[in-house]
Design a protein around this ligand. Sequence first.
Ligand SMILES: Cc1cc2nc3c(=O)[nH]c(=O)nc-3n(C[C@H](O)[C@H](O)[C@H](O)COP(=O)(O)OP(=O)(O)OC[C@H]3O[C@@H](n4cnc5c(N)ncnc54)[C@H](O)[C@@H]3O)c2cc1C
Length: 521
Amino acid sequence: MQNERYDAIIVGAGHNGLVCANYLARKGLRTLVIERRKMVGGAAVTEELWPGIKVSTASYVCSLLDRQIIKELELAKYGFVFIGKEPQSFTPMLNGEHLFLYGDMKDTKKEISRFSRHDAKAYERYDRYLTGIVEAMDPILKQSPPDIGSMASLAKFGLLNRRLVRKAQDFVDVMSLSVKDFLDRWFESDELKASLATDGIVGAMAAPSTPGTAYILLHHVMGNIEGRGRWGYVQGGMGSVSEALAKSAKSRGVKIMTDAPVDRILVEGGRAVGVVVGKRTYRAGIIVSNAEPKRTFLEMVGEDKLGENFLWKVKNYQTRSSSFKINMLLNGLPDFECYPNKTELPEPQHKGSIYMCEDFEYMERAFDDAKYGMPSRNPVISMFIPSSVDKTLAPNGTYVAGCFVQYAPYKLKGTDWNRENSKFIKSTISTIRKYAPNIDDILVNVQGLSPVDLESRFGLTGGNIFHGDMTPDQLFFSRFSYGTPVKGLYLCGSGTHPGGGVSGLPGFNAAKYILRNIRKI
Ligand SMILES: Cc1cc2nc3c(=O)[nH]c(=O)nc-3n(C[C@H](O)[C@H](O)[C@H](O)COP(=O)(O)OP(=O)(O)OC[C@H]3O[C@@H](n4cnc5c(N)ncnc54)[C@H](O)[C@@H]3O)c2cc1C
């Protein structure tokens, strides 16, 4: 058995692992990143699914990636280019109506007023309200959560975050309300509520009426790359974020190994001292796991190394999922019955997120199927066509499109995803056909990733896209801490605060925590 020594070893080259590696290396730590897949990026990757066609196979849009990280790690220099979405979204309706939401408030209000003058007015206040909460929360996104058992720690947190304390009522509302109750407080139009509500259920095994889903919506408006809550694409696909982070890390001397699954995290005398990859052992004083917490502790560390209480937390940590990702190659663009294509393709209806779900009742019924262990017969679909704005993904005349589809429960009753995968793709396509009847004519190739595929391909336990449910009982101080009960072992992935999404913040916070622990800052 061969030994290699580093100051820090990071298990997993997801974007958070790479951010963490960068910040550790900036302080002079000899850092090794070890990734099980052949490529870096975890759920932020671009893969050549079909010859010459680049696809963001998992995550597909960007907003949460932190500006400080982009700047300090010089991601633009290493190829990161953000392409803002405009319009932000397009919602076709079966009654022949449609709704665009734009980055620009005036245009959006004008569009909403076609449905409700009340909602057009309310939308501006709603936007200010959400922005107010998010800006008050902003500082805590880059803080380690306080120790809930310590008055001193809580008092310090309160003093540091007076703005958030003043917004406590709003914050409690958003944490506890369902996205349905939350939006019903503000708006009357089904078209608008359907367009906004999908952000509250994305990635969750929850209905719009499930308490706590309003927070998932808030999580989606926290980003501030180019304007608060605005989303966009990344040139070359989401893998360009990870590639840029990897290049930045390498420029700081970080060594990255791919195609190297870590079998075990070595714990000796209660301390993490290294990792085992096949027949090789790599040693370091600091071991950081970017992998999801259950996978980290139950598979790599081992139950016998953990105390009873902590093991209870790990075992009861929820990683439910009901998301299904469909990646498509098209040789034309969808022609929506309610908003037909003209001549100059692509047009605005192709450039933003395209939401296909009629209203809350439609979403609730979609969830009802999932609740009883069945894929939704009429699923909720977010479609997007990144190559409508990014020509680097597919040759002229062809388009890369994706659908993020809810609900597809990880555990099915009386069947399994081997049998259901192609059926679910078919039922998604037949739903799209109701809005855009030309879908069959333009579809060249398709890949469907069930929650079980998301687990095996990306290492996402239970297929959960956020490394664990983003429910109030698993957020902030109730998520996993960067430090662990095993000395020298840390976590830096989305199972830590502030959770999932391509933000880089868990990796950033973990690096700060580790460096403070070893007194480098
Ligand atoms: C289908 C889908 C769509 C999404 N859409 C969006 C979106 O549009 N926008 C957005 O912001 N977020 C989106 N998300 C969420 C977001 O992509 C994730 O929350 C985020 O990428 C997780 O990053 P991470 O670095 O914490 O973990 P990961 O990306 O999961 O990285 C963990 C890494 O650890 C590696 N690993 C695990 N075990 C081992 C081992 N034993 N040895 C070595 N390596 C190991 C894994 O292979 C992986 O590379 C989506 C996720 C999915 C799955």
